[in-house]
Design a binder for this molecule. Sequence first.
Ligand code: UT7
Length: 339
Amino acid sequence: MTENDSGQMFQGVKRAVVAGTGSAVPAKILNNADLEKMVDTSDEWIVTRTGIKERRIISEGESTASLAIEAAEKALKDAKVSAKEVDLIICSTITPEMVFPATACFVQDGIGAAHCCAFDLAAACSGFTYAVASAASFIAAGQHKTALIVGAETLSTITNYEDRGSCILFGDGAGAMVLKAGDDQERGVLYSSLHADGGGWQTLSCQAYGSRNPVSRPLANPDSVYMEINGRETYQLAVRRIVDLVNESCRVCGLSIDDIAMIVPHQMNARIIESVVKRLRIPDEKMYVNIDKYGNTSSASIAIALDEALHNGHLKKGDLVALVAFGAGLTWALNLIRL
Ligand code: UT7
């Protein structure tokens, strides 16, 4: 393996090895027939253009932290790791429990992890891949031994259910992963490549209530409390960025695309994923897709999909998996992990 400018190779150091995963979604289903009653759309349009059939939406009493805690507890159980062993929690979210404190602190309290640091990370749909890379770096540096990373979102709280161009896409959910320090150089997070282009921030944003549009001032545009997306632009950029990231990673790591057992992409649109499959010239079954059930859950989507693939037999120990995402920021990122 060689090194390049943008990627990070973990060599001759502690590896961050996947010890367990978990996920949680709300019980309440919002299907395409429900959306037909809310906006001028149809099941046929949504399925054809996005591949989404239904998504999960929180009910009274559920929140980003409650989903994150449930996913985290399942991941700890799967990893056979006690909360007391966790020394680092990173929660990726753009729909935090509160402005502050960090949702990661609610997770720490919820699971009873007494001795650890906990912080949130905001890289939107690329958040989970950024969190994997961050935790792997902390572990490689010897600073932490057992990391819990969570991608948790309640996008329904910032979705405009009067905008048919966006409300059909998003859902709520959380996924978690336990990463443990290991000495086997062939296993764990082998490579990460993280990117950002803040110049493209207007492509995907939610502008209230940050310091630019504070709660103390009437909003110039009341709809700025909701996510605004330029769907077409995102679509085209996402395909290009994801294909380039996978090809670049293979080249830098001296791998062929055939060495990757499965790609677990951010679930943003089934057609985007199909375009990536075509351009990479890989069989359909090498790309994990579950967007039909959950829609786009931003930073939770890869974590939920990976948990599902590991527990339904699509992935097994020893497989090389690529997690790859594109989203607001703009941000895009990839992790190569030997399970
Ligand atoms: O994870 C990051 C966030 N995710 C994204 O940003 C999503 C990425 N983009 C996409 O998934 C797709 O671009 C969309 C699903 C959002 C839109 O699909 P599209 O094939 O790019 O459609 P379009 O925006 O080009 O719109 C085509 C037509 C328009 O009508 P006209 O102007 O041709 O008459 C839209 O008004 O489809 C219309 N349209 C709809 N029709 C029925 C847009 N939304 C809907 C809808 N139902 N829900």
